[in-house]
Design a protein around this ligand. Structure first.
Ligand code: GLY
Length: 370
């Protein structure tokens, strides 16, 4: 039933990631978790994903569990908040959910993070399963047990580590994902090659055409390789006390741009910009060569990811990098590249270095007229 990776937690098998090309294996996988016939199951999704896959998944569940219900909230980052969590609690209470029942997060990163946080806190924690439907959530947010919501203007400020019981990926959903969403997810995949696996990074370059054509077998191989990088990192440091922060490569400046632009740019687009900026600092520090820097920068282009952006205020971006939660005291935990495939955490990056890197990705009208 599909290819799989098993994620260990404290050296013991914790949950499987199943890679498939349809939803038909979902119920058997849920049965394997135990007692499905005695459990209520709530699919938590957003209205967009609901209109595509909600009924299909609900009808698969019906008859296999005690009761199957569905809760859909409006799509978008602006709904990743405690109000949405509260509305899910109210729904679950109204449907008589107990501690042995199950939540299925069907959707992208916003759904997975919000439904996961609801599962982590409802009745002090009930089981949940991730069914990610975007490339970004398949490559990154559905794995590793980070759940949470934004609070005030702070991204992912309230959350919990809560391991899913299963991650079930149907790669077929990627065929209809709009281009921007697809390439946004690809940025996290490229990031995994850059921080940990230069052979995978080369493989991505060699398979560029098939990836952009969305050849499902190539996408499956790509996701297995990418999730293997993430698996090795989260197994070693599940609660981000150390090396898990390497996964934040591109995210310090990326999150600041995301916030500055009021989420008008997609997460992966901001990660690509942040990765270019962090690679620039790595070059200026003599860690990467100039050739490596330009190669990394230019590799985002065929995947339709931005390497410059207009309309940003360099000093404001600096200020926002400091309000991010990737801080330790007053120091930013910055991730730099020692070489392609080898990232390091550095707490000595200065304001001047950050501002120079932001200027590097800042495309102004002035540049256009030169
Ligand atoms: N998205 C980064 C992490 O899971 O740690």
């Amino acid at each position: 039933m599909g290819e799989r990776l098993t994620i260990l937690y404290e050296k013991k098998p914790c949950y499987d990631i199943v890679f498939t090309q349809d939803f038909s294996g979902l119920v058997p996988e849920l049965m394997a978790l135990g007692n499905l016939q005695d459990r209520n199951v709530c699919i938590v999704t957003d209205i967009t994903v609901d209109s595509l896959y909600g009924e299909e998944v609900l009808s698969l569940l019906k008859g296999s569990c005690r009761k199957a219900v569905k809760y859909a909230f409006p799509a978008g980052e602006k709904n990743k908040n405690l109000d949405t969590v509260k509305s899910i609690y109210t729904f679950l209470i109204g449907e008589g959910f107990h501690r042995k029942d199950l939540i299925i997060a069907l959707g992208g990163g916003v759904v997975g993070d919000t439904a996961g946080f609801t599962a982590a806190t409802f009745l002090r924690g009930i089981d949940f399963v991730q069914v990610p439907t975007t490339l970004l959530s398949q490559a990154d947010s559905s794995i590793g047990g980070k759940t949470g919501v934004d609070f005030d203007s702070y991204k992912n400020m309230v959350g919990a580590f809560k391991m899913p019981s299963l991650v079930y990926m149907n790669l077929d959903v990627l065929k209809t994902l709009d281009d921007r969403q697809f390439y946004s997810g690809f940025a996290e995949i490229m990031k995994n090659g850059l921080i940990r696996d230069d052979i995978f990074y080369q493989w991505l370059i060699e398979n560029m055409y098939e990836i952009c054509e969305r050849d499902l077998d190539v996408l499956q191989e790509m996701l297995i390789k990418s999730c293997t990088v993430k698996k090795l990192i989260v197994e070693k440091d599940p609660l981000e006390k150390g090396d898990r922060a390497l996964l934040n490569f591109g995210h310090t400046i990326g999150h600041a741009i995301e916030k500055y632009k009021n989420f008008e740019l997609y997460h992966g687009e901001c990660v690509a910009l942040g990765a270019v900026a962090a690679s620039y600092i790595s070059w200026k520090r003599g860690l990467l060569s100039m050739e490596e820097y330009y190669e990394i920068r230019d590799m985002f282009v065929p995947f339709n990811l931005p390497i410059t952006t207009e309309g940003i205020d360099v000093e404001e971006i600096l200020r926002l990098t400091k309000s991010d939660k990737k801080m330790e005291g007053s120091q930013i935990k910055f991730v730099l590249l020692k070489k392609i495939g080898r990232a390091v955490i550095d707490k000595t990056v200065t304001d001047e270095e950050i501002m120079a890197a932001v200027r590097e990705i800042y495309f102004s009208d002035k540049d256009a007229h030169e």
